[in-house]
Design a protein around this ligand. Sequence first.
Ligand SMILES: Cc1cc2nc3c(=O)[nH]c(=O)nc-3n(C[C@H](O)[C@H](O)[C@H](O)COP(=O)(O)O)c2cc1C
Length: 175
Amino acid sequence: MSQVVLIQGSLNKESRTAVLVQHAEEELKRAGLGVSVLDLRNLQMEFCDGRSLKEYHPDMQKAFQAMDNAQAFVIGMPVYCYSVSGPLKNFIDITSGAMEKKIAGILCNAGGKQSYMASADLSNILAYESHVTTMQPIVYSSYEDYDDQTLTSDKVKSKIRELMDHLARQLKNYS
Ligand SMILES: Cc1cc2nc3c(=O)[nH]c(=O)nc-3n(C[C@H](O)[C@H](O)[C@H](O)COP(=O)(O)O)c2cc1C
């Protein structure tokens, strides 16, 4: 059972959200936490239409179970149209019941520097639907923070570390 489930929310083969998630995973392991990653690229996911969980693909049922067993989440969100990408929102629509009253960190990845408020949409969705508390700082990266698939920004790296340390401290306080 993992204490923290990291959700990689991009379907792009060359996703940079996935790069952020990988850095976050390393930081959480360094902090001694049990972690697992749900990468949306590896899941068979139907559109959410309100059916019961057992009628979705077994991948979604396993994802729900892993999240139900976890204490916290880190959600990597690609920014689409100044908000949460459609596939990630769909994933949350199916699995929000497994997040009830837990804590989460947000890793927000965009093309430009101006879309940072997109993370507030995710924070609101989590708070209103599942009473999830979003930890600070929210991490934000854009094209200029990367060299191809390598994260080059020390500022973003240190934000990831700060957020993961915060998450780890909160989890140690709970246990
Ligand atoms: C449909 C679509 C909408 C996008 N909208 C925005 C946007 O509103 N603001 C922005 O800064 N970047 C936007 N982008 C750029 C993506 O955020 C960027 O490509 C990012 O790297 C996506 O994450 P990924 O690499 O993990 O897939 C958009 C990209 C797509 C494909």
